[in-house]
Design a protein around this ligand. Structure first.
Ligand SMILES: *Cc1c(COP(=O)(O)O)cnc(C)c1O
Length: 396
């Protein structure tokens, strides 16, 4: 009997849509937020400092500066590294668009680098090729939660004296050669959007190991106000000074209280993500339709996303049809991400397709399966079942 896919009128594998990612909020989180709402401080109060300390404890970074989005964190990093008009910033060809936008905010030109085929992380060899005397920073992203080749990238950074802006929006809790991702660089950027590991509603942070930079970052999120003068004088004087241009990127106490409460659960959530990844990997070892993601020796992914590569040569249909068929089975698959230089705004800036052979060819094959810590064993097996069903229908 032929397989009756839901897209052709058959019964879907499950009745309700399984999302690809979802936040987990519990009664502790409600209580933490309620406590702030009943207190005197809604913003820039004690919950911000508590959250920053919790981030340091969790990541091993010396300083954390919390801001109101991950994008604000990246903008702050670009500004404090003095990326400016006419500079070049090297960025991976595939990431969320914010990884490149932050360079454009500063008037700089993103120079896109190709990816490593196995991890889909920025390829340090291509980065080295693209360094010029205009290169002011290198943005590196731990794609899907798997650490980049940080030794090679750090070597390039030291050799050329170019700072790394580490976009760790996917990798809170990842380990690289026994080191936490918070200990690798002076600009490690986190996001707390609800699809990320922990959420503050909207939010972000910069982790750094340099006190002077932490100070500059705190001033940047608060209009560029000189905080030394501010804290000395605020009680008895109207005096304040602005020493550089900043923004209002402050994050409220309401959000930070949620973040601190969420972070307490992150160890357990990481373990749950690892266990889901292991179940998927085991289930797909016999499925020619997909190549499962692998961890490199010495790396521990934070498994923000579970991204498979489709073996389209073994199938009779395109990725679009596979995607639609899985959605019809109520499996909320997704694609991360369209190459940034392909987006209309970047096309208008003059980027042309066909210059990033790994990124552009792998993009055609990537598919993100549902991955979040509170997925049930049934959710995982529904996803596996749907993939086997689609394979049976569309295999060559
Ligand atoms: C989510 C994300 C960001 C932006 O974070 P926001 O908090 O949504 O501003 C930046 N880079 C990457 C790789 C992301 O996934």
């Amino acid at each position: 009997m032929p397989v009756s896919l839901a897209i052709n009128g058959g019964t879907p594998v499950r009745e309700t849509m399984l999302r690809y990612g979802a936040q987990s909020i519990d009664a502790d989180d409600w209580k933490a937020v309620e406590n702030v709402l009943r207190s005197d401080w809604l913003t820039t109060g004690p919950a911000v400092a508590e959250f920053e300390q919790a981030l340091c404890d969790f990541t091993g970074a010396k300083y954390a500066v919390a801001v109101n989005t991950g994008t604000a964190a990246l903008h702050a990093s670009c500004s404090i590294t003095q990326v400016s008009e006419g500079d070049e910033v090297i960025v991976p060809a595939i990431s969320f668009v914010a990884s490149a936008n932050c360079a454009v905010y500063q008037g700089a030109k993103p120079v896109f680098a190709d990816l490593e085929r196995d991890t889909l992380n920025i390829d340090s060899v291509d980065v080295a090729r693209k360094i010029t005397n205009k290169t002011k920073a290198i943005v590196v992203v731990d794609f899907a939660g798997h650490p980049c080749d940080h030794d090679a990238l750090n070597d390039l950074s030291k050799h050329y004296g170019i700072p790394i802006i580490h976009d760790a929006a996917h990798s809170l809790g990842a380990m690289y050669k026994g080191k936490s991702i918070g200990k690798l660089y002076n600009y490690t950027n986190l996001s707390f959007h609800p699809v990320k590991h922990i959420t503050t509603g909207e939010g972000g942070a910069i982790l750094t190991n340099d006190e002077e930079l932490a100070k500059k970052l705190r001033s940047f999120r608060h209009h560029g106000i000189d905080l030394d003068l501010h804290s000395r004088e605020i009680r008895n004087s109207w005096e304040y000074d602005v020493t550089s241009l900043g923004f209002n990127y402050r994050i409220p106490d309401i959000n930070c209280a949620l973040g601190t409460s969420q972070l307490k659960k992150q160890f357990g959530w990481l373990a749950a993500r690892r266990s889901i990844a292991a179940s998927y990997n085991a289930a797909f070892s016999e499925l020619p339709m997909v190549e499962a993601p692998q961890e490199r020796e010495g790396c521990q992914s934070a498994w923000h996303l579970y991204v498979v590569r489709l073996n389209l040569r073994a199938m009779s249909v395109s990725k679009e049809e596979i995607f639609s068929a899985l959605r019809a089975e109520n499996i909320g698959v997704n694609v991360h991400y369209i190459p940034i230089p392909w987006l209309s705004y970047y096309k208008k800036l003059g980027y042309e397709r066909g210059q990033w052979s790994v990124a552009e060819s792998e993009y055609e094959r990537v598919l993100s399966l549902p991955m979040y810590p509170t997925m049930t064993a049934q959710d995982v097996s529904d996803t596996v079942e749907a993939l086997y069903k689609v394979w049976a229908a569309y295999r060559l």
